[in-house]
Design a protein around this ligand. Structure first.
Ligand code: ZN
Length: 424
């Protein structure tokens, strides 16, 4: 709200914005200083423009991220420098935060704005992998296990929507429940997150508990680390005993399992003891508990409300794919770039340069026997027979092994490429 000094009347900012550009703007002053109209305002690092297109915010985020990309460029070239792991952590720690800051606020920005941010991530992926310009983005995302920015934004928006629902007095809470009154069906946080929840409803619990004050424990259980194992050990009046795993004990002390906590406290007739127990070493109590736990796990579970923390973990798991085991990640920078180019099509072998890039007159290998592609180059080209015999003894049995096999195989392949003097 903006106050006019000469009258007590308040003029809402919304009214001011509806003035057409031709209309003389209302002059506002505070004391003797004029109050100027601004088309955008930054609050907590997020730039709000008057039509909420988020263009200014995204442009400045892009510029900041691009400046940070230079750090990555200084750290590695195609044949030297930091390996994938280091570059990836620089990207995730220094560049990506700029591309994502406040994303649940500008979640509904136009696709063209989002694409500007995607371009920065794609450049980072090329620096991390040392790949050529035309390399498919999906291949780079897969090898580095860096998801597309839009997927991460979706994940964050879903978590944010869940948080609104869990907070008792949040103004967004009711809006998320209401049916949309906007006949034009413009993109909004409410609509988008509702659509995402429908998309993933099969995998999401139906009920989330409200967030109430945090319960602090004395932390005695969280400090516990052991090789043997720890457990919640319950002794029943009839002499039956039960234990559960260290993770459960930790979750209990972190207030992540409020239901179990309530259940334990509610069993007044029982003596509940939290105690260390060595695991799987023949103690009858423990073995019995394990057996009971396994039996319980295969029974139908009733659907209970989950806590916000649990829900957050479930949502994140929908978007996270575990990194695949690959010896590629243990290679040095020059080895990594060579192997990546051999695996993905854009490389500097004649077949690709001729057929896709169309920059040379023939796809043939200098040996004249076949087109120069990865398979011919690694396995059959007679020009490189000496290096092949030296490095592989009798030559790699197949290209697949040389490109995706063990660490030793990958290193041998990279050495072979270097010794033949061929640029891939
Ligand atoms: Zn050849």
């Amino acid at each position: 709200m903006v106050y006019n000094q000469h009258s007590t009347e308040t003029i809402s900012t919304a009214t001011l914005y509806t003035l057409s550009p031709k209309t003389q703007p209302v002059k506002l002053t505070m004391g003797n200083s004029p109050i100027t109209m601004e088309d955008q305002q930054t609050y907590l690092g997020v730039t709000f423009d008057k039509r909420l297109t988020w263009k200014q915010h995204i442009m400045s985020a892009e510029a900041k991220a691009r400046r940070k990309l230079n750090i990555m460029r200084k750290l590695a070239g195609t044949n030297w420098g930091a390996n994938e792991k280091v570059l990836k952590s620089v990207y995730e720690g220094n560049v990506r935060p700029h591309l994502e800051y406040g994303s649940s606020a500008w979640f509904t920005a136009a696709k063209s704005h989002d694409q500007a941010l995607d371009k920065v991530q794609n450049q980072a992926l090329r620096i991390i992998t040392g790949a050529m310009k035309s390399t498919p983005i999906a291949r780079m995302e897969k090898i580095t296990n860096i998801p597309p920015l839009c997927k991460r934004r979706e994940c964050k928006a879903m978590i944010q929507a869940t948080k609104y629902k869990c907070l008792p007095n949040h103004p967004m809470k009711d809006r998320l429940k209401q049916l949309s009154s906007d006949r034009l069906k413009r993109s909004s946080f409410t609509l988008e997150t509702r659509a995402l929840q429908r998309k993933h409803q099969e995998h999401l619990p139906k009920q989330v508990q409200p967030i109430v004050g945090r319960v602090f424990t004395d932390g005695s259980a969280t400090n516990a680390t052991t090789n043997g194992g720890a457990g919640v050990y319950i002794e029943y009046p009839n002499g039956e005993k039960q234990s559960c795993a260290l993770s459960v004990l930790q979750a209990l002390s972190n207030n992540k399992l409020p239901q179990l906590e309530r259940t334990i406290y509610s069993i007044k007739s029982l003596k509940t003891v939290v105690q260390w127990i060595a695991s799987h070493c023949g103690i009858i109590v423990n073995e019995t508990a394990d057996k009971l736990a396994k039996e319980g796990a295969i029974q139908d579970q009733e659907e209970n409300a989950v806590s916000f923390t649990e829900m957050k973990t479930i949502i994140k798991s929908l978007y996270n794919t575990p990194q695949q085991q690959d010896s590629y990640h243990q290679l040095s920078r020059p080895e990594q770039t060579i192997i990546f180019k051999l695996r993905t099509e854009p490389n500097r072998l004649n077949q690709h340069l001729y057929r896709v890039m169309k920059v040379i007159p023939s796809p043939m290998c200098p040996c004249g026997e076949a087109e120069q592609n990865t398979e011919h180059f690694l396995q059959t080209c007679k020009l490189h027979l000496a290096q092949r015999q030296k490095i592989w003894d009798m030559g790699p049995t197949n290209t697949h092994k040389g490109k995706t096999g063990s660490l030793e195989n990958l290193q041998k392949t990279a050495r072979f490429v270097v010794e033949t003097g061929t640029l891939v």
